[in-house]
Design a protein around this ligand. Sequence first.
Ligand SMILES: Nc1ncnc2c1ncn2[C@@H]1O[C@H](COP(=O)(O)OP(=O)(O)OP(=O)(O)O)[C@@H](O)[C@H]1O
Length: 306
Amino acid sequence: MTTTQAAPRPAATATQTEPAVRMRGLVKRYGGRAVVDGLDLDVARGEVFALLGPNGAGKTTTIEILEGVRRRDDGEVRVLGVDAARGGRDWRARIGVVSQGEGTAQELSVREMLDHFAGYHATPRPTTELIGAVGLEEKAATRVGRLSGGQRRRLAVALGVQGRPELVFLDEPTTGMDPVARRQFWELIRGLRADGTTVLLTTHYLDEAAELADRVGVVADGRLVEVAPPDELGAELRRLATVRWAEDGAVREVRTESPGAVLRDLLAGPGDVPGLTVTRPSLEDVYLSLVGTPSTRPAAPEGDLR
Ligand SMILES: Nc1ncnc2c1ncn2[C@@H]1O[C@H](COP(=O)(O)OP(=O)(O)OP(=O)(O)O)[C@@H](O)[C@H]1O
């Protein structure tokens, strides 16, 4: 008779209980100028975290330091419990990277490329599954050198998650992707999240951050100006609603914390209130305000009462 006994669970080690990413006082300087200027951040295991920020804010530099491919000048950085500047082969095998750069090996087909790199991983995702997950079925036999920019990004994403990493860094993963490919990518990220993979990505698409991220961090001039779940970002700014309506041929506007009361007063009058709208700052308005660019765009209408 055979008896099956559940293997004892290994006791949680320090590295399992630590956040996936931990930065304290991270600094990187070029020519004496700090392009990463004292970042403090924890990314929890299993979290999807998005770094947002204008060009040159320091996002790529930060990610490259976390990946262990760029040296920091100051501060502490632990990734999966290991100092990112000292991570060895085993550590690297636990991390997936999708960088902004393009791959080489232009003469291989998509399938050959994925099959080739599968050999570097202990338990790679099957090539056919990966090709499907990034929507490259019709290009499986096409040489990498002949792919469009967006198709190359899809392949880069497939390569980045091929080794079933515990943590994946994606630097602007959907830049150049068409809207269908972006949504396919979002599904892929949701699948990774469901499997417990930690994801740290950078993006310039606010809708992408809102769709995918548990929390977003806004970086400007090498500093984190706010970290919050996407719908709580800029809570102070979002408290105020703008009520607008037309009166005597002009647009009237009131900014208020209690738009309901303003509406009640307006609607209590004798006639219609033409052009009545209530708006709150969109995520884009909040972002622009956080990174120091005044928003010139009107907020998206919320509860258009016309
Ligand atoms: N090797 C380098 N030498 C000198 N300066 C550099 C180097 N790499 C990056 N920088 C500078 O560091 C700053 C931050 O660059 P980084 O690439 O991290 O920004 P980013 O937030 O990723 O921008 P983007 O959104 O455009 O990708 C920029 O001003 C950039 O010019």
